[in-house]
Design a protein around this ligand. Sequence first.
Ligand SMILES: NC(=O)c1ccc[n+]([C@@H]2O[C@H](COP(=O)([O-])OP(=O)(O)OC[C@H]3O[C@@H](n4cnc5c(N)ncnc54)[C@H](O)[C@@H]3O)[C@@H](O)[C@H]2O)c1
Length: 265
Amino acid sequence: MPQKTTRIGLIGYGQIGAEVHKMIDQDPNNGMKVVFVHDQLEQRLAELPGDLVLRDLGDFATKEPDLVVEMAHADVTRQWGERLLEKTNYMLISVTALADREIEKMLEETTRKHGTRAFLPHGGVVGMDALLENRDVWDEVHSIMKKPPKNVDCAAAGVDPDSVTEEKVLYDGPTRGVCPLFPRNTNTLAAIAYAGIGFDRTHSTLIVNPEWDTATVEIHAKGGGITLDVSRVEGITGVTGASTPASIFNTVQMIGSTGPGIHIR
Ligand SMILES: NC(=O)c1ccc[n+]([C@@H]2O[C@H](COP(=O)([O-])OP(=O)(O)OC[C@H]3O[C@@H](n4cnc5c(N)ncnc54)[C@H](O)[C@@H]3O)[C@@H](O)[C@H]2O)c1
């Protein structure tokens, strides 16, 4: 059976983007080909072959991608989501973008109008399948994130992470409110809300402690006679947990791979 190659464009070539690129290229039989890489910082792309570098994202359609993957910042979806989805499929990993109702509506409407598809990865959410499949039965969902303050980008919240000397709750309330305050850190909380009972009904708590050197995400959901309790503790570099690049690659593969083999869904 002839195999179609999925042409993939990457936006953001930091910790996750560079790793995901490597993983896509590792298996030449996976039916995926990276056709462009874009980053706002040109020096990030210095080692790449010139024909892969896309300086102006406005030229993305000339590369004829089947899927564009954002691994940069929620601002990319705000600025480019509509134009990308008018022409091709789009996966956004900076899921906090969806806490803005206007962006969610724009993504929904553009895909409907142009017959394209938007994708969210489970990313740091362990058990996203269980949250999603039971989204109609949950009475309550509480997501808790614990991180060292130095790994939290507090700029939008106006908090100086160096001033935190003991355990401190930075946020406690509906998930909708935490995303604009810590947009680079709360993608996992946003994905939990989106997969489950939504940004307004899901309760989120963000706690920092300078004595911690790991990141923890806990999910507690209850309803319809079901209780779901999940917790994962992992190392963290910058704003990203150790397991994230492999997780994002796995989702790219689920969407884009056309290679042979037995595939888990
Ligand atoms: N969904 C998840 O589970 C999850 C988990 C961790 C991180 N993230 C998000 O993924 C993104 C990337 O994380 P990372 O650890 O690789 O970050 P990083 O800082 O290492 O890399 C981000 C890269 O994107 C580029 N960039 C930022 N804004 C841009 C823009 N507007 N246009 C073009 N390029 C831009 C930066 O120059 C940088 O090279 C962040 O938004 C982060 O919050 C999501």
